[in-house]
Design a protein around this ligand. Sequence first.
Ligand code: UT7
Length: 343
Amino acid sequence: MKKNTPRSPRPQLPPRTVSIVGTGSYVPPRVVTNAEFEARPELQTTDEWIRTRTGIRERRFAAEKENTSDLSAEAARRAMAQAGVKPEEIDLIIVATITPDMPFPSTACLVQHKIGAKRAACFDLEAACSGFLYALEVGQQFVAAHTYNTVLVIGAEKLSSVIDMQDRNTCVLFGDGAGAAILRNRGDGSHGILTTCMGANGEHADLLKMPGGGSKHPATHKSVDARLHFLKMAGKEVFKQAVTAMNSAGTEALARCQLTGADIALVIPHQANLRIIDALAKRIEVPADRIYVNLDRYGNTSAASVPIALDEAARSGRIKSGDLVLMVAFGAGFTWASCVIQW
Ligand code: UT7
């Protein structure tokens, strides 16, 4: 194995113009433990299987009346409070989600109304679990181009609304939540996004999908009876693709900045499976104490997973000013993305 020694001095870093000036997150209060699934005999599952095969101990499920826009709005309020940004200062809202409140209007428009960001342009972005990092890159382009001063980027999901509670292969994996970040040009050139890599491969679209509810299978009695309005995943195949894509996205972002794992203060990976996270840590040679994991508490929250972890890491002091942070995600599509940011 290649020796992972810190670079000294640190290589010349690319210029940074766009920073995250505030983060926020929100998870619904209802905790659903593995024991709740174990208590349902038809699922034939155990806490032990879920913990050892995934790393998940519990997840949060939103209340019936609490939708993705509500989770998003609360995360956004917390990010605005931290950044000292007023709703009317927000120029653009991007919500990354695969569980919008409804197909249209966009969840971003609903969030705009809920937080009172009357001046903001709004749209949703769909890149599944890579959605937040895709949205971060799109948002930063608007700030870097001086089109907008203040962009609110949100990753939010109510996956409990699309999981099939009769399918043990998927129902134990997912949870609800939201994370938000506010982007601005701080003007000092020494903090902010260094690079973002994004990729996709539509060849494997069938391995992870929700077939119903779109133009191909609009809602009919037949589509509902066939359970087409639930998430479907070929777990083992997705797992293999996830390991490969997470590893290459992580190494590509580091290589672009001429960094190694040793330069990174904290890695924030998409929280899908502890074994995927461990494989990434091994590949980029970062020890476990520099990998952020909250999968045990929230399960896989798709587009919300990276921004919730980022917010928790920042608020708990795991990331300090000047630290280099690597974020990596993989999801349906397939899509993948990675980002190096100097905090
Ligand atoms: O977020 C975006 C991308 N998503 C991912 O990255 C998820 C990727 N996939 C995974 O994390 C894993 O593949 C899973 C956690 C979904 C499954 O773990 P696995 O080790 O790949 O298990 P498997 O699908 O190969 O299934 C092994 C066995 C099967 O039984 P048989 O056929 O060997 O008798 C499954 O039926 O485990 C069984 N199984 C379960 N047993 C108890 C599957 N789910 C469960 C369950 N409880 N909940």
